[in-house]
Write a protein that binds this ligand. Structure first.
Ligand SMILES: [Zn+2]
Ligand SMILES: [Zn+2]
Ligand SMILES: [Zn+2]
Length: 324
């Protein structure tokens, strides 16, 4: 069963899906990998490619009647869940791809955003990537995911609200001291008030509000920036950095609320052997704390990125972190 329930305590939608419990709980390795070139799932495809998620949170076929009044509101768990495989290489992260391969991956994300935006009932398309066993990734082969959902996510709505008068993302393209690196059309910055120890934001300098508005050059440089910053994360401690990245943009192609496209990256380690954990103040109250000085951390990451200018930056052979 799939259902989207409104948590009445916070007026926040929660996607509930009991099928998900049957997905693999042990990590799927190379010999049984569904994303490698010879697998039945990938047969006849060229990378990058997309396929439907085998264990979807949401399904276009989900039946049910919405109940949008009263104390306990719900809607059927209708939507689309897809997987994007950027490379047939079983151990290639984004940093291991060439600029051409990264550009192709960005074009595929854009095409999926455009197509899913047009589906009935879809009000937001979420493009994201989870990397690393430590944060619970169940298929070893690096991949990204797309959810097309019937409501606008709270973080996107907050960011749309915060940019109603002036654009805070445009403002960030003008900062100097928190710059990690830049290409012609794209800048990578450390946030002014981060939540994660080495959080970064990849920003196209032009105020474009979705991948669909990006030129080929911008798509290429967004992809190169993602590859480079991910490579620098792996170089930071010399271990494979587990991370999440999320594309923030206008929820769908024609949505009324518009948001300057940017990609947020949340690496999970604070030290080679220490994971960032959420504290009581953070989880229990939303009072986030940051244990470092952001400008210092920006410099630390910038100095690593300076040395790793040219893609690909191989992450192969780096050990998995032994962190708690
Ligand atoms: Zn594979
Ligand atoms: Zn802007
Ligand atoms: Zn954002």
């Amino acid at each position: 069963m799939r259902e989207i329930r409104l948590d009445p305590r916070r007026n926040e939608w929660i996607v509930i899906s009991s099928q998900r419990a049957s997905r693999p709980m042990t990590v799927v390795e190379k010999r049984s990998c569904p994303f490698c070139r010879d697998s039945p799932e990938a047969k006849g495809k060229e990378a990058p490619y997309w396929l439907p998620n085998a264990f979807p949170m949401l399904s276009p076929d989900e039946q049910g009647t919405p109940a949008l009044t009263g104390a306990y509101q719900r809607m059927p768990g209708k939507g689309y869940c897809e997987v994007v495989v950027e490379s047939f290489d079983h151990s290639a992260d984004l940093c291991d791809l060439t600029p051409d391969e990264l550009e192709s991956a960005m074009k595929l994300y854009r095409d999926r955003y455009v197509e899913l935006s047009a589906k009935e009932g879809v009000n937001a398309v979420l493009i994201f990537r989870n990397m690393g066993k430590l944060i619970g990734v169940s298929i070893e082969h690096p991949h990204s995911q797309i959810y097309a959902i019937p409501y606008v996510p709270p973080i996107i709505q907050e960011e749309i609200n915060a940019s109603s008068e002036t654009c805070p993302i445009c403002e960030e393209t003008r900062v100097e001291e928190r710059t990690v690196f830049s290409y012609n059309s794209v800048k990578v910055v450390f946030p002014y008030a981060p939540r994660w120890p080495y959080e970064t934001v990849v920003i196209p300098i032009r105020h474009i509000t979705s991948l669909a508005e990006a030129t080929d050059k911008e798509l290429r440089e967004i992809g190169m920036s993602l590859g480079r910053v991910v490579g620098c994360y792996h170089r930071l401690f010399g271990v494979k950095m587990p991370y999440v990245l999320a594309f923030h943009q206008s929820p769908v192609l024609n949505s009324k609320g518009r948001l300057h496209l940017h990609v947020e990256l949340y690496p999970a380690l604070r030290a080679p052997d220490k994971l960032k954990h959420w504290s009581g103040a953070e989880l229990g109250f939303g009072v986030y704390t940051y244990d470092f000085w952001p400008e210092d951390k920006a410099k630390e990451l910038a100095s690593i990125c300076e040395k790793n200018e040219t893609l690909p930056i191989s992450s192969k052979g780096l050990p998995e972190p032994n962190a708690i």
